[in-house]
Design a protein around this ligand. Structure first.
Ligand code: NAD
Length: 301
């Protein structure tokens, strides 16, 4: 049984990590959140020690280590801009790290972390849950079997409307989240590059706080993409049905469905990581390079 510590325990995604730790037969021994609304711990690990101050959390983990209670993994579920610091903490205390997406905001942050990985001998793993989705794995296998050079036409439209709160939260602050192409898009860009190959050309046609779009030329696909958190961009029929989310991915005009089966993918990620088959941090570098480039491009209007 492995011991885990978790950072960002009070947030939206943390329960999926708690469930994954439990489902894989492991233990959460300590958790940190600057906010004390973490009653969710009772559903998974009521015995876990909880801290709202980083210094006391750090001290506690060090003290436990001296008592022979080692923290094997640190799970990072904090806001994106804090991942880098929280990963460093995990490596420094002698743990491996499982970090939420996007692992960091800039490609050079990955290189700096790789040096610490080397120095400490501890590993950093990232959550790329779409790569574990059965429909996506099947698609990758199908594309890999095709003749070399075959090109596909892909259309990705992902609208997940958010209310006014979003702009007050760290998620609406480009310095903290990286903006929507980074925060929401990184999953899809990683998936598309994993299946259809590296980026040949990257054109951004729109990039505002609410909506980003562009054209991406991959080795085996031309991708037209749009990501939005703006309710007004929803198709009329989706609004009329009272829905706030719309996902459409078409490949050569055919719809590709992968909206089901998302919730178990964190547990699957943990199973793979603990078994030694996790996605190492470097696997995510190309997607981080792409979202960084999108963030810093002047869009064509
Ligand atoms: N894999 C996925 O599908 C998926 C989905 C949503 C979010 N995420 C990622 O998970 C991470 C968390 O997102 P979320 O939606 O849960 O956000 P959230 O805002 O709901 O949760 C973040 C938590 O971190 C805490 N926090 C903030 N600063 C802290 C600090 N200095 N020390 C300790 N705790 C701190 C906050 O109090 C909050 O409870 C982000 O990196 C996000 O991109 C991944």
């Amino acid at each position: 049984m492995k011991n885990f510590a978790l950072i960002g325990a009070g947030g939206y995604i943390a329960p999926r990590h708690m469930k994954a730790i439990k489902d894989t037969g492991n233990n959460l021994i300590a958790a940190l959140d600057k906010n004390d609304s973490v009653g969710i711990l009772d559903s998974y690990f009521p015995e876990a020690d909880f801290f709202t101050e980083f210094e006391r959390f750090d001290r506690h983990i060090e003290k436990q280590k001296r008592k022979g209670i080692k923290t094997d993994f640190v799970s990072v579920c904090s806001p994106n801009y804090l991942h880098d610091a929280h990963i460093r903490f995990g490596l420094r205390i002698g743990a491996n790290v499982i970090c939420e997406k996007p692992i960091v905001l800039n490609p050079w942050n990955i290189d700096a972390l790789a040096e610490i990985e080397k120095e400490t001998g501890n590993r950093i793993f990232t959550i790329l849950q779409l790569r574990l989705h059965p429909a996506i794995i099947a698609l990758k296998e199908k594309i890999a079997d095709e003749p070399v050079g075959k090109k596909h036409q892909i259309n990705l439209d992902y609208i997940t409307s958010r209310g006014h709160w979003y702009y007050t939260s760290w998620k609406g602050d480009v310095q903290k989240s990286g903006g929507i192409a980074t925060n929401i898009g990184v999953h899809f860009f990683d998936m598309l590059m994993w299946i259809f190959g590296d980026v040949k050309e990257n054109i951004v046609t729109q990039h505002s706080k609410e909506t980003a779009s562009g054209n991406l030329e991959l080795e085996n696909a031309s991708v037209k993409w749009r990501l939005s958190i703006d309710y007004n961009t929803l198709p009329a029929e989706v609004k009329a049905a009272g829905k706030r989310t719309y996902r459409a991915l078409t490949i050569d005009g055919e719809s590709f469905e992968f909206s089901e089966g998302f919730t178990e993918l964190h547990t699957k990620s943990y199973e793979q990581i603990i078994a030694g088959n996790g996605f190492p941090m470097m696997e995510t570098r190309k997607a981080i390079e792409l979202v960084h480039a999108i963030r810093n491009k002047e869009s064509i209007r």
